[in-house]
Structure formats: C-alpha cells, structure tokens
Design a protein around this ligand. Structure first.
Ligand code: AMP
Length: 430
C-alpha cells in the first residue's frame, strides 16, 4: 500500500514525499480510511508506530478540502514535550499547505503564556494543548472553540493516569456537540472505554498489537550486581558505533549520581529530569537531536513520546518499575523502520520484574555474559516464582500500582491542587 491509495490532497503527498514517508505504517493503514469517513475512532497504538501521522494526515486532508474559520481541530496531549512534537510533525506534513497550528502547554514563564495567548487569539486551524493550560485559556475566554470539527486525544491512557479526567470533561463541555472524536491510547484499560462512551455515540475501533517493541530493536540483558554496573556501562560506551545514546535510571537522584560518576570517568553526558526547567529541556533536546550531545541520562520523563531520530542505543541502568515503561524506554531507539540496540542491566532484586517484562513482550531477551574481569553476576534462574501481573498489561487502578507521573514534577503544566495524593512521591522519581 502507498499513501496515494488514500487519495490524500496533493499538497500533503508532496509533504510526505519531502519527509521521506513511502509506505503507511499499520496504524496509518487502518486508521486513515476511518477518519476520512468522518467516523469516531478509538485506536490502540503505542508511540513509535506512526500514530501522529495516522490522525493528523486525514484531518489535514479534510481541512484542505474545506477550510472553515476558527479552530478546526483540537489535539489534547498529556505533556508539553508530546504537544511540541505533534506540532513539529504537523509543520512537516503541512509544509506545502496553508494550514496553521499552535501548541499551548504549561511550564514556561509569563512571557510564554502571553505569547501563546496572543497566538491563540490570532487563530490557528489546529491547536495542540495540554489539558491544564487549555483550561486556563478557556477560563479567560481567550480561545474560541465553537467552530471545532475534530477532537483528538493522544496518549489518552497517560492523560487519565495523570488525573486529567475532570479537565478533559470540562474542555469537552465547551466543544460543539457535533464533532469527530479520535481517541488514541497505548493501552485500553476500562477507564478509556468509559471515557469513550461518555463523549461519543458509537465508534470504530482499531488496535495495533500493543506492548511489543518494534522489530528493529535488538534487545539484550546483562545480569549484573549494582557494583558491577558502572564498569559494564563504561565498556559499552566505549563502542564508538553508538553515536547517540540514552541511559535510563528510575529516579532523578539515580540520574544525577550516575551522570556525576560518568562525568568523573571522562564521559560527556547531560542529564534530563524534572528539575530542568522548560527552556533547559528544550535546549538540551535540540542539542541531542543535532547530535551535539552523545549521551543523555534521564528518568522516564524521557521515555514517552520523545521523537529523536538516529538513537542507536538505549541502556536501562535499572529495570523500569512498570513493564510498559520498558517498551516505551526502548522505543526511543529504532524509530519507524530503523534499527537500534536496547540493553538492560538486571540486578538480583530486578529479576522478577524483568520476567514480567518478558511476559508482556512475549519474548525472552537474550542474556549476555558479563566481561570476565567483572566476575559473576546474579543467576537469572534464581527467581522462578510466578509473577503477579498476568501479562503485565494495563496499569490497573490498584493503589500502589501507579507510580508514574514522571510528568508531574514542578514544571508540570497542571496546577498543584493536590488532586493526586501520590504526586509528591512521583516528583521524586522524575
Ligand atoms: P509516532 O508514533 O507518531 O511518534 O511516529 C514515530 C516516528 O515514525 C516519527 O519519527 C515519524 O516521523 C515516523 N513515521 C511515521 N509514519 C511513518 C511512515 N509512514 N514512514 C516513515 N516514517 C514514519
């Protein structure tokens, strides 16, 4: 199949050619025809599958067919990073068109607020927004959504995880009743279906096998005690074939300590976590994208939605607490159809959790022997007890099972109304 088969507007096809997109990805093949038919859709697709183009291309196509006045499409996204990325992709796809877009998100200074407010007032066809920030603009009546035709929710599961349900419902109450709803989510827990039922009459559903890392990722694991990890990592980083590297650690303290140790051993590294303000994060991402920074050490705040091409190595310095974070972390490499390597260090305490990951991805990750000079690592088969989470899918609402919220650090776009009791614990992580 080819993009031309969708009979998309020629100016969009020109943009796709310029971006080097040849064949639609599976989610694009399934979702684009449904969206072109103006049907509501819920789509289960992870980041890295091409989901952004799946929802944006048909919407742009319709916009080019008949351009109305005012905001035509609202895209809600959980984080500013994702909102910015969607906006950048839209810019690419619409390069040869006169469609316009604006991203509005929290976390910036007062000047950012004023700039976004001004941009909103002057209008755009597509608004990409984090819910908290959009609510503040709606409150001050700075945005008119009365001409809206499409509502898109991206990473809906993450938005609900972050406690945005009430904000989303409030935003929806301000939208025209007659509109097309597109809900994209990496997982399909019951609360997503409940949300879909509450906001739309009937919908089509498409699903791309979830929680499976892309085929192009070579996955490997080392069984290593904590005191072996630094030396092991040092050896891996010496491989100059790896030109662009992300190292994940599960808390920001670990990220800071690891970065310091790597620096002391002569590596050029930069750290990415929620203590960085908006501008610092953007600057750092730009440098990383431009390959001016080889190694980024970060928390899971980096694991979702960050779209940087050419990352050839992801190292999990520790096993992520949630199996799905593993998929998201390693999904930073081998974007679209390229290849990449993902290496995980599994210590004695993380064996059980790593087995849950293997269950989720339905694959045993090859265990690589430690270099001889490091001695013996833990025995992978020493923990054979059954794991508790079944296939590990879907973060349930069980208390204690939610330890996400890497996006809820002090720079998060939501206010700190205390709606989520776990937020202080979460902030430590990111
Ligand atoms: P997403 O899942 O939307 O975050 O997209 C992941 C990456 O795949 C992005 O870098 C896109 O630019 C790229 N991409 C999406 N669709 C295609 C396609 N049909 N061909 C090549 N690359 C694509």
């Amino acid at each position: 199949m080819n993009f031309r088969d969708f009979k998309l507007h020629p100016q969009l096809l020109e943009g796709l050619d310029a971006m080097g997109f040849e064949k639609p990805t599976p989610i694009q093949e399934k979702a684009i025809p449904i969206i072109l038919e103006n049907k509501n859709l819920i789509a289960c697709a992870q980041t890295g599958t091409g989901k952004t183009a799946a929802f944006i291309l048909p919407v742009l196509h319709k916009l080019l067919q008949h351009k109305n006045k005012g905001v035509n499409t609202l895209v809600l996204a959980p984080t500013r990073e994702l909102a910015m990325q969607i906006d950048q992709q839209i810019e690419g796809f619409s390069y040869f068109t006169n469609a316009t877009s604006i991203a509005v998100y929290g976390g910036g200074d007062g000047q950012t607020f004023v700039t976004q407010q001004r941009a909103l007032r002057s209008g755009a066809d597509i608004v990409i927004a984090t819910p908290g920030r959009l609510i503040s603009f709606l409150g001050s009546k700075k945005v008119d959504l009365s001409s809206l035709e499409h509502l898109i929710m991206d990473e809906a599961d993450r938005m609900l995880d972050m406690g945005f349900y009430d904000d989303i419902m409030k935003i929806i109450s301000k939208l025209p009743k007659k509109r097309q709803n597109l809900l994209f989510s990496a997982t399909m827990p019951p609360n997503i279906r409940k949300l879909a039922k509450n906001i739309m009459d009937g919908y089509e559903e498409v699903s791309i096998a979830i929680s499976k890392p892309a085929e192009g990722i070579v996955q490997q694991a080392y069984m290593a005690y904590d005191n072996q990890k630094d030396q092991l990592l040092g050896g891996i980083l010496k491989n100059n074939d790896f030109k662009s590297i992300i190292i994940f650690a599960s808390t920001k303290e670990k990220v800071k300590n690891l970065s310091r140790r790597l620096k002391n051993s002569g590596e050029e590294v930069r750290q990415f976590h929620s203590d960085l303000d908006q501008k610092e994060r953007e600057k750092l991402m730009q440098k990383f994208k431009a390959k001016q920074v080889r190694i980024l050490v970060g928390t899971d705040i980096l694991s979702r939605g960050i779209d940087v091409e050419g990352i050839d190595l992801v190292v999990n310095y520790d096993v992520p607490p949630d199996p799905e974070d593993y998929v998201h972390r390693i999904g930073r490499t081998a974007r679209a159809e390229s290849t990449g390597t993902a290496i995980t260090f599994v210590n004695d305490n993380d064996i059980k959790r790593f087995k849950e990951i293997e269950k989720l991805i339905e694959k045993e990750v090859p265990k690589i022997s430690l270099p001889e000079k490091l001695g013996k690592g833990p025995d992978y088969h020493s923990s054979n007890r059954r794991t508790s989470s079944g296939r590990g899918r879907g973060r349930s609402n069980k208390p204690g099972n939610r330890r996400k919220g890497n996006y809820r650090g002090k720079n998060n776009d939501r206010n700190s109304s205390g709606r989520n009791k776990r937020s202080s614990q979460r902030n430590k992580r990111s």
